[in-house]
Design a protein around this ligand. Sequence first.
Ligand SMILES: NC(=O)c1ccc[n+]([C@@H]2O[C@H](COP(=O)([O-])OP(=O)(O)OC[C@H]3O[C@@H](n4cnc5c(N)ncnc54)[C@H](OP(=O)(O)O)[C@@H]3O)[C@@H](O)[C@H]2O)c1
Length: 418
Amino acid sequence: MLKVGLFGLGTVGQGLLEISRNSKLPFEIVAIVDRSYKKKSKITGNIAASDNPSLILDDNDIDLVVELMGGIDLPLFIIREALDKKKNVITANKFLLAEHGFALFTKAQDNGVKIGFEAAVAGAIPVIRNLENIFWYEDISLLEGILNGTTNYILTKMRTEKKEYEYALKDAQKLGFAEADPTLDVSGMDAAHKLALLASHITKSWIEYKSIYVRGIENIRLNDILWTEKAGYRIRLISRCQRIDGKVYLSVEPSIILPGHYLWDVENENNAIVFQGMYSGIHMFVGKGAGSLPTAYSVLSDIMHITQGNHNPYLMHNFVWRYNHPGSVEDKESAFYMRLLVMDEPGVLADIAKVLSEHSISIASVHQDAPIQISDHPVDLILITHKCLRKSLQTSITALEKLNSVKSVPVFLPIDEN
Ligand SMILES: NC(=O)c1ccc[n+]([C@@H]2O[C@H](COP(=O)([O-])OP(=O)(O)OC[C@H]3O[C@@H](n4cnc5c(N)ncnc54)[C@H](OP(=O)(O)O)[C@@H]3O)[C@@H](O)[C@H]2O)c1
């Protein structure tokens, strides 16, 4: 029977313990390390527990280490030590893998052991194993995903309950879908960590998450949601990996999608990934991106995979690890939605149109729902552009924000026609 050491008895760790106690499985959790192990003695029961990592790391009978603590420094130390001692490792820690994956995967390969991380990318959705096995030889030209449940929940609540961003975020926190500090989620960084891992699989090279173009949902206001809803569109935080002429383009940003888009119906805290294979066509995975039991189930499936002696092509293919430098999304074209905060005075539109035309951007439509009486306060002006280079759009925004009549351009969203 395989002996497992578990670091971290929190949301996911407790889920793993619960499933492993309810099912007959060919492995046994024999030791738990957690900083508050004393408080959790009712949960650990007769399993050896400590706050000292050596309980697991120095036990030669433990074949596999599961890291479910979160954070960077201690998990990095633990995973390095475990790999050096030729123990297989499973982790749900996307931040750690996105930061240090290159070195850790190389170390695992050198030591002939594996790192399972199905739970780190989109929780319960079995996308990593499928990419490693069934789709390893596919040529994937486009992958799009909703990789963060918190932001999808917030955007869904804003639309369905007509709530401002702050209230939808508070709801998400109350229900446990958002952390007390939601920065990693709402800034798009959490999704970027996962996209980097997915894109590394697809390109069979290492993608640094810091090279991804990332914008979050913090500036999206109810007005953006209401306008897009009225126009028959939706806003989603889309993670995108596109391969064109040998270059990979990566972005995480709020985007407008049209009816019929594969991610149209993916609501609330759900996650989804859709990709286009050159040979096998379009595939879509939808499911729970987080939660105690769903995430723990992915960890369990990795343990089973390793227990059954399956080889992981990610490591076994032995391709030479190399860094991949993505192309700049600023060189790509899209139509855009823009919300400008402008003074409600004559001549504003003419000023804006002039700046846009100087940047070769043509306007498809203009919308303003201001009161008939001229307001002293800045008002929202919504513009839809025809397709233009993102680079031109960004320089035009800098120029627009210099106009006396434009207070700011808080939101611009690409319109995703895929
Ligand atoms: N929750 C999800 O749905 C989900 C989904 C996908 C991936 N993940 C990833 O899974 C990992 C675990 O997440 P989680 O939600 O289970 O976290 P969590 O509920 O905060 O649990 C972490 C556990 O580890 C313990 N711990 C934290 N730092 C420690 C340290 N330095 N030394 C010893 N013990 C320590 C904590 O003790 P205390 O009780 O004292 O805090 C807690 O028991 C994270 O990497 C997360 O990103 C989570």
